[in-house]
Design a binder for this molecule. Structure first.
Ligand code: ASP
Length: 314
């Protein structure tokens, strides 16, 4: 099957290499679409006729429902395929699955897969604008955008801010996308966690990336803190000691040391009592997880618009 060529700017496979202007315009659009998500504004009613294929071949709660909501809000139709119950269970490959769904006439594809690089593979094989919804350890670009949007609205500009990302950096696609977005927008990112999950080599990647293995030593330097889950499904549990919470958890004692106005983020799902205490998660002035989720829908609308509008106007 010969793929159609598509404009690479209509796909979103990674945040790496997006310049500050492109990121800022996506964040501006995320902000302007937020009232639609909150139900206080409406987009003009359109029934575009566009169909978006959502291939979710790895577990997901927020990202899948968020993309589905975004597709509906824009007046398009989603078609959702999950790993369970699909022919992936019979051994069908990602590229065959994607090529078959694309052949049904999708205007865009959204892909979650355990395969690092899987979203780029789908874009290549199908020639259809493709949005990466999390591919293995590689990237989760719309999560990076929604996190940057949440941080920007809370902190104002990201220029010169210190953002701590704490936990399983090695296996985290969320960390990778955030590193690209936040450093491009002028922040310093401090990666914090046990040495096997936060190797020193990360600090060699860019001057705005620091590595720390002692959370308490850097806690009070933070303008914001993002807590991450240990990626047990990627075997990270083997690298974690039983005192993980004491060393790297956002306990209520640690949260009480943070100046007012220093927010705590988490992409979900939260393992309560491990990386985040119940009391911290319940403090909605401090813990912005639900704000992140709301902005996730408008960020995905912004990304889908970029992928779909040229297709619909030609
Ligand atoms: N939901 C995020 C992801 O899919 C974070 C996580 O699962 O820990 O990467």
């Amino acid at each position: 099957m010969r793929p159609r060529m598509t404009d690479p700017n209509r796909s979103l496979l990674t945040l790496r290499g997006l310049d500050a202007g492109t990121l800022t315009s996506l964040l501006d659009r995320t902000e302007s679409l937020l009232p639609v998500v909150r139900g206080v504004a409406q987009l003009p009613r359109t029934d575009s006729g566009a169909v978006v294929g959502l291939l979710f071949l790895e577990n997901s709660t927020r990202t899948r429902c968020s993309f589905e909501t975004a597709v509906h809000r824009l007046g398009h139709q989603p078609v959702v395929l999950t790993g369970q119950g699909s022919s992936v269970g019979k051994g069908e490959s990602l590229s065959d699955t994607a090529a078959n769904i694309a052949a049904m006439g999708m205007q865009a594809l959204v892909v979650r897969t355990p395969l690092s690089g899987g979203a780029a593979l789908v874009a290549r094989v199908t020639g259809v604008p493709t949005i990466n919804a999390g591919d293995g350890r590689h990237e989760h670009p719309t999560q990076g955008l929604l996190d940057a949007s949440t941080l920007r609205s809370h902190l104002g500009s990201l220029k010169g801010k210190r953002i701590l990302i704490v936990g399983d950096i090695l296996n985290s696609r969320v960390a990778r996308s955030n590193i690209h977005a936040l450093t491009t927008l002028g922040a310093t990112v401090v990666l914090v966690g046990p040495p096997p999950l936060v190797p020193w080599v990360f600090a060699e990647c860019a001057p705005q990336i620091e590595v720390a293995h002692d959370l308490d030593a850097v806690l009070e330097t933070a303008d914001a803190i993002m807590m991450l889950r240990i990626q047990l499904e990627r075997s990270a549990g083997k690298s974690v000691a039983s005192d993980y919470r004491a060393a790297f958890g956002m306990t209520s004692t640690r949260a009480s040391r943070l100046p007012e106005g220093v927010p705590v983020l988490h992409p979900g799902p939260i393992n309560r009592g491990v990386e985040l205490d119940d009391e911290v998660a319940a403090d909605l002035a401090r813990c912005l997880v639900l704000e992140q989720v709301a902005r996730g829908v408008s960020a995905r609308m912004a990304v889908l618009e970029r992928g779909l509008v040229p297709a619909l106007s030609t």
